[in-house]
Write a protein that binds this ligand. Structure first.
Ligand code: UGA
Ligand code: MN
Length: 309
């Protein structure tokens, strides 16, 4: 009796397996026409099973607000090193659009080449700082940040409704943790966080009580309405677009007041959104690169090759 059952089982087994295989092939074919062919997808030799799976992880990423990082930059011996460090960070951030603004009368070859090889979405602009403003004691990069803002507004004029986005001013010499971008990504209007190695202290930070900014921990000009470095805040694209006149001003602006002068045009202290665990974590550092020693650099070109540094 047992052996009869076993022989029937063996006889049926191949048929059962064939039916299972046929059903499997059918089900993996069925969803194919539902997806529009994407860039040579049809017949490109992609494994079938990939098409049968639910849409890949691209979906959630597409919903992420774009982070626009405006970086003023100027020609000097360390420029390429600074930009390399920055690009290495930015390349690891999803949906980041880099707005690189050269302080120059024209785009330089060095930055143009750099941008082409940077491997991330990048807009390369330029605007020179008028000579009279290139003096110690005067704020830097005013014209460059404004050029970035103008580009952003111009671009979104033609793209209604505005895509979700967050703007942030990323100087080329600071140090940015990847966690910082996760924090700023959820900015609704204007968000703030601590900045390390700034204001003559180990850090500066917004003081937070019951989830609201109530003051500033700083060692320098505590009377500033927003006692915060350029690296310490982000603004939603909606706020930038709904305040089309908000820009950085040369007239009457002193170093260290640019942030306050700009922020008071678009928000109030009460409205600020504290990030980085209620402003108790340093995720960005106001590092400054030492001036390089070129004392032994020859006056005239001596090497047999010309090298970009
Ligand atoms: C501090 C603040 O962190 C800056 O955001 C602020 O612009 C600056 O003070 C100021 O005095 O206005 P600090 O480290 O002293 O920063 O300034 P830099 O890092 O030398 O310059 C800020 C940005 O402007 C950098 O991205 C730099 O590449 C750029 N820059 C500087 C120019 O585009 N042109 C210049 O002539 C100088
Ligand atoms: Mn700096």
């Amino acid at each position: 009796m047992k052996s009869l059952f076993f022989s029937r089982f063996l006889l049926l087994l191949p048929w059962v397996l064939i039916v299972i295989i046929v059903l499997d092939i059918d089900s993996s074919r069925a969803p194919l026409p539902a997806r529009a062919p994407r860039g040579g997808g049809a017949g490109s030799g992609e494994p079938r099973s990939a098409a049968a799976r639910p849409p890949p992880q691209r979906r959630p990423e597409a919903a992420l607000p774009t982070i626009y990082a405006i970086t003023p930059t100027y020609s000097r011996p360390v420029q390429k090193a600074e930009l390399t460090r920055l690009a290495n960070t930015f390349r690891q951030v999803a949906r980041l659009h880099w707005i690189l603004v050269e302080d120059a009368a024209a785009r330089s070859e060095l930055v143009t080449r750099f941008v082409a090889a940077a491997g991330l979405p990048c807009t390369h602009l330029h605007v020179p700082t008028p000579r009279r403003y290139k003096r110690p004691g005067l704020p830097r990069a005013t014209e460059q940040r404004n050029a970035g803002l103008a580009w952003l507004r111009q671009r979104h004029q033609h793209l209604p409704p505005p895509q979700p986005g967050v703007l942030f001013f990323a100087d080329d010499d600071n140090t940015y943790s990847l966690e910082l971008f996760q924090e700023m990504r959820t900015t609704r209007k204007v968000s703030v966080w601590p900045v390390g190695l700034v204001g003559g202290r180990r850090y500066e930070r917004p003081v937070v009580e019951n989830g609201k900014v109530v003051g500033w921990y700083t060692g320098w000009r505590a009377d500033r309405p927003f006692a915060i470095d350029m690296a310490g805040f982000a603004v939603s694209l909606q706020v930038i677009l709904s305040h089309p006149k908000a820009v950085f001003k040369r007239r009457g602006s002193q170093p260290g007041m640019q942030e306050s002068d700009f922020l008071k045009q678009i928000t109030t202290v009460e409205e600020l959104e504290p990030k980085a665990n209620n402003c108790t974590k340093v995720l960005v550092w106001h590092t400054r690169t030492e001036k390089v020693n070129l004392a032994n650099e020859p006056k005239y070109h001596l090497d047999t090759v010309t090298i970009e540094v």
